[in-house]
Ligand binder design. Structure first.
Ligand code: ZN
Length: 150
């Protein structure tokens, strides 16, 4: 396995076992459900905004390790960011998992999320990895609608 692949494996295992921000925000401003029927992944994303900043973000859910670890890593990355930056990260992450070449070091930096580049080689897994991000976009667009990757 490549060094990159190993980093990815470790990250997924770690975040699946100990998901960050895995809780409900009772005073959430926004709560959106996301569902990936292809794999049976479900997440509920909670957001509390202060002006244009993400004051708090959390999730609950169930499903495969990739979907849950991706949600965990996403909440960790976007915590405290302004919503425009979070949207820019959505675009970048989406390109990354679709196999589009991205400059991971340009602002906003993908950081650890760059490890998901390997997902592009497994089309069935792209929806698992991007479920949390699709749900985030729906939440930020203020629609608050449930999201399905299908
Ligand atoms: Zn999945």
């Amino acid at each position: 396995m490549s060094e990159f692949g190993q980093l990815y494996q470790e990250l997924i295992l770690d975040h699946n076992k100990k998901p960050r921000n895995f809780r409900r925000i009772t005073e959430a401003h926004i709560e959106v459900d996301g569902h990936n029927p292809l794999c049976g992944d479900k997440i509920t994303l909670y957001l509390r905004l202060a002006d244009d900043h993400i004051a708090d973000v959390s999730f609950t859910g169930s499903g495969c390790a990739i979907s849950q670890a991706s949600a965990s890593l996403m909440t960790e990355r976007i915590m405290g960011l302004d919503t425009d930056t979070a949207e820019a990260l959505y675009d970048k992450f989406h390109d990354l998992v679709m196999g589009v070449e991205v400059d991971a070091d340009s602002d906003p930096e993908l950081g650890k999320l760059e490890a998901f580049a390997g997902v592009a080689e497994f089309p069935a897994r792209v929806k698992c990895a991007s479920l949390a991000w699709h749900t985030l976009r729906s939440a930020l667009e203020g629609k608050g609608e449930s999201v399905s990757t299908e």
